[in-house]
Design a binder for this molecule. Structure first.
Ligand code: KG4
Ligand code: ZN
Length: 330
């Protein structure tokens, strides 16, 4: 089954062709980073406008690279939640238009759920359910028990900033461009991290996250001139944020009896985070997203769309709406 996936939840216009849920024939990503960089973050209105411009060329390129024509496609999958409303609408309308003109079914996919699926679809080893799911993206941070694809139980989530958002804000404080995560990782490289900061702990909720206090602690340290070397700030912040993720994941894995962990979202692109898990949690088998599957992409949307379609009654209706804040409805 050939699935055409569309992803436009934030500032990337993406289209992919995926066969049977895991064979990626093409995975085209048109990034808007350079456009938003001068504003220090994503400007929603500008993002929507660029999605309109890039959507059709990106779809054409994805078909071309997969060596197929649109008529070969069996299903259109689109990320309809969560994300920026204007951006979501661009992808959703494109998907509905395609499905209507090609007379093919279409299905809406949750972008965050797809981030977790990205780790499964690209891993040579077969996943054993239940496993633990860890979402680390620019808008979400959560630990979930994954009972099977489509069935989740929330274990913990952030009560304030998402982890990627905290990286982006701290990067701004030390004059690094958007998106801050990769810049902080680069700047911290080779620096022995000092344990100067700590992420928030929530009383009686050991699996919840809080990064807002950590971010403010970094700001105060800069303002009071406690650390003047930006590389040390980057390394100490990164260490505090990631140690928190590793520790809470290890504790949840123990409590819920899981040995396999699937991790997804843009922050999982960090090689430093992957090394930290290897070093501190060698007993866990971590499923990381493969190349070009950590950050926003449409291959994960097409892949998950395939599974959702198989368990649905012929896909979604054209009345399907964009849901900006639809995290996992579990
Ligand atoms: O999943 P994603 O592409 O978009 C959302 O769905 O939010 O995640 C983007 C986030 C940004 O906040 C970016 O700074 C962060 O992922 N990120 C990183 C790294 N690479 C990307 N954070 C830490 N270290 C990295 N290497
Ligand atoms: Zn994302």
């Amino acid at each position: 089954m050939l699935v055409l996936g569309i992803e436009s939840t934030c500032d990337d216009t993406c289209c992919a062709i995926v066969k049977d849920g895991d064979q990626i024939l093409s995975n085209v990503i048109s990034s808007q980073i350079e456009i938003h960089q001068e504003f220090g973050g994503v400007v929603p209105e500008i993002a929507s406008r660029h999605h309109i411009e890039m959507m059709l060329p990106v779809i054409e390129t994805a078909c071309h690279q997969a060596n197929i024509v649109l008529e070969d496609v069996d299903l259109i999958a689109v990320a309809n939640e969560p994300g920026l409303l204007g951006s979501l609408l661009m992808g959703l309308h494109a998907a509905k238009g395609l499905a209507l003109s090609l007379q093919k079914p279409f299905i809406g996919v949750n972008h965050i759920e797809a981030h977790l699926y990205a780790a499964i679809m690209s891993h040579p080893q077969k996943i054993q359910f239940p496993c633990l799911g860890v979402v680390l993206s620019g808008g979400h941070t959560a630990i979930l028990l994954v009972k099977e694809i489509g069935k989740y139980q929330m274990i913990g989530h952030t009560i304030d900033d998402a982890i990627g958002e905290a990286f982006d804000k701290v990067a701004k404080m030390i004059d690094l461009p958007y998106p801050g995560g990769p810049q902080i990782e680069k700047m911290a490289q080779g620096i022995d991290p000092k344990h100067l900061f700590k992420a928030g702990q929530i009383k009686d909720s050991p699996f919840h996250f809080s990064f807002s206090g950590l971010k403010t602690a970094v700001l105060y340290a800069i303002q009071k001139d406690e650390i003047s070397d930006k590389r040390e700030i980057a390394a100490a912040f990164q260490e505090a944020a990631f140690q928190d993720v590793v520790k809470k994941t290890m504790r949840a894995a123990k409590e819920y009896g899981c040995q396999q962990i699937i991790l997804g979202g843009g922050v999982t692109n960090s090689q430093y985070l992957r090394q930290l898990f290897d070093k501190q949690a060698p007993q866990l088998t971590c499923f990381w997203p493969g190349n070009n599957l950590s950050l926003d992409n449409a291959a994960m949307i097409a892949g998950l769309g395939y599974h959702k379609f198989k368990s649905s009654q012929g896909g979604d209706m054209f009345a399907l709406e964009a849901r900006p804040s639809g995290f996992m409805r579990i």
